[in-house]
Design a protein around this ligand. Sequence first.
Ligand code: 5AD
Ligand code: SF4
Length: 448
Amino acid sequence: MNAYDSKRMVDVLAPLGYCQSEQLENADLVILNTCHIREKAAEKIYSELGRLRAIKNERLESGSPMMIGVAGCVAQAEGAEMLRRAPFVDLVFGPQTYHRLPEMVARAQRDMGAREFSGRGIIDTQFPIEPKFDSLPPATSPGPSAFLTVQEGCDRFCTFCVVPYTRGAEFSRSVADVIAEAVALVDSGARELILLGQNVNAYHGVSPAGGEWRLAELIRELAEIPNLERLRYTTSHPRDMTSDLIRAHGEIEILMPYLHLPVQSGSDRVLSAMNRQHTSENYLDIIEAVRAARPNIALSSDFIVGHPGETEEDFEDTLTLVERVGFAQAYSFKYSPRPGTPASAMEDIVTEDEKSSRLARLQEVLNKQQSQFNEEFVGVVLPVLIDRKGRDENQLAGRSPWMQAVHVDFDRPESAQLAYGKTIDVRIMTARPNSLAALPLNKLGSAG
Ligand code: 5AD
Ligand code: SF4
């Protein structure tokens, strides 16, 4: 979502004459869009700010001042504290305020000279009444695969998580608003839309008839947009996996066969301490229903190891759940206490060493499952939406329907050029742990 938000900040600043710069040193305005989900992410900001301070100093000496802004959830959580630690920062603003960015930048520009390094930068960490989406310009130049935020914030209050405090209460954009943005994105070349929300399947937007639509109804409507080839959504909560949404996976062809459904733990004791409001059995039932609707679906998840109170036995329950599901890929993290969350006040903490060892054991199983999943594709022909340059010459990259990164080697620059932004059939030649290598089909003759 931060990638999406950063893009919208670029859009909202365009009328002021700002455009994106490839070089930090040339930028008149630098915005760090920050993440507060784990301590490591948050701490990185200050070392990055130290680096920016040196560039700001140099630019000041040569008479071309540089403005520094910090956006996102660290800005939201730290507010004035951030200006105390880094007084050379000009703007500190939370994730719900970036539609007010032009006004903030204009204000900061007016009194910039007077304020240099003073620690009196502008702070905006409100949750404004007017939703930011109402005052943003249309999204531009999305590329072949585009993010689209449909829902934001969260009311679930998992005990370990800062999101309900930094992103705020759950909010769904109206169906009309989402469709207008989706149509604009597809008109400007997007072929895949990834619907975003911290708890995206809690979506309940105002429908055109004045009622309310859940995510499944929204997806059904979006699937009708001409030239849209692929739809995905992330991230979901098991409790909001409605039967209608599960059915949609079997009925809507362009809804890709991939589901990221965080479980966090396989132990019911830990799930309860996490306030997840589901058991491991509930999760397995959902997986069974999803697989019945779309047998070839790839499953992904998030895991936290070492939540306060997690015993060796609890952790083994997580390993058992992983074995029972069989994931195509997953993200796993050591529990990181976040200020202000209920879990951060819990006792019975797990040592750092124990967390590291559990993470390594979990990742070993998950990596094995991911490699196995990828290896099954060797020799297979599958459609890839080409959306990026590859690392090598004449190489492009894209995603398979199952979200695998696929690197495709073309024989000539012209054929690579033609393929960009299109969905092409490729044959998988090699499987690596985190990606697949492929050749375009036309080079091989017809697919066997
Ligand atoms: N510590 C570790 N991981 C966390 N996540 C969220 N909060 C924490 C935390 N305090 C993980 C969860 C979530 C993902 C986005 O980040 O697994 O699903
Ligand atoms: Fe955080 Fe997700 Fe739980 Fe919401 S559902 S509190 S975003 S982990």
